[in-house]
Ligand binder design. Structure first.
Ligand code: ZN
Length: 259
């Protein structure tokens, strides 16, 4: 076989373990058969080492992406009856470029690219479990962009930092609560306006300590709090006596006690 990847037997055994544990959808019955749209998988750089490693670790990418999409939907929404973006097709492209991953397009069609060079880097210690964890985490992040709601009345991703921090913070929050970060991935200090992991771990902490379905409520708040703001959404979801700066200070204190 021209593109067969040569993995030591021990690694192949690990691949099988991962495949089996990921074989069952962890989505609840409500989402188990939810139509996430047509998934098109394109291996645009099949001759790269990264693409061969990817194929060995994720032999059924369409099933894998479908399962992850349902997990993201379940994290963001109360039920399939909610107001959901109408995604009809997700094109997932594995290709060689400098970078990690990116989502483009808007409903009904979105495109996600994933870098074979990033696969190679993430497989640096030949750790298949670590690579699968990283690949799934990146996928949760990008699929969140496909399915999340967006703030209204405050501009756009490119023009407004609150909008941007919500979009990128929620994507890393979904990755975090689905187990694809470790606690040591959490940056120190910063602000809830920093986006990505700094915002994502904070939103995950609120979900873990204040309100189990917080991420669903926070996602939905974009439909109900217009113009949207972090503080307005916190008050809407957790109560008028709450405010974002006090919560952030409490979160920082909780983190410093853990260390
Ligand atoms: Zn992102």
């Amino acid at each position: 076989m021209k593109h067969a990847i040569q993995l030591p037997l021990t690694l192949l055994a690990l691949v099988c373990v991962i495949h089996e544990t990921r074989g069952q959808s962890s989505a609840s019955p409500a989402w188990k058969n939810y139509p996430v749209g047509e998934i098109e998988f394109i291996n645009a750089s099949p001759d790269t080492r990264g693409a061969r490693i990817y194929s060995a670790i994720i032999p059924e990418p369409v099933d894998y992406i479908t399962r992850c999409a349902r997990e993201v939907l379940e994290t963001l929404y109360y039920s399939p009856d909610d107001s959901l973006p109408d995604i009809r097709k997700i094109t997932y492209v594995l290709k060689e470029y400098d970078g990690i991953s990116a989502k483009s397009g808007r409903p009904p069609r979105v495109r996600i690219e994933y870098s074979t060079r990033w696969v190679e880097r993430s497989f640096g210690e030949s750790d298949t479990a670590k690579l699968e964890h990283e690949t799934r985490g990146v996928l949760y992040h990008e699929l969140t962009h496909a399915f999340q709601l967006e703030p209204q009345g405050i501009g756009s991703y490119g023009t407004n930092k609150v909008f941007w921090a919500f979009i990128e913070g929620m994507a890393d929050a979904v990755r975090y609560v689905n187990g694809c970060f470790t606690e040591k991935d959490c940056p120190d200090g910063g602000s809830y306006m920093d986006g990505y992991r700094t915002t994502g771990f904070f939103l995950g902490w609120i979900a873990k300590t204040k309100k189990p379905d917080f991420l669903r409520a926070f996602n939905r708040s974009t439909l109900e709090v217009i113009p949207w703001s972090f503080d307005g959404a916190i008050k809407h979801v957790l109560g008028k006596d709450q405010d974002i700066d006090t919560l952030w200070a409490e979160y920082q204190q909780a983190r410093s006690r853990q260390e």
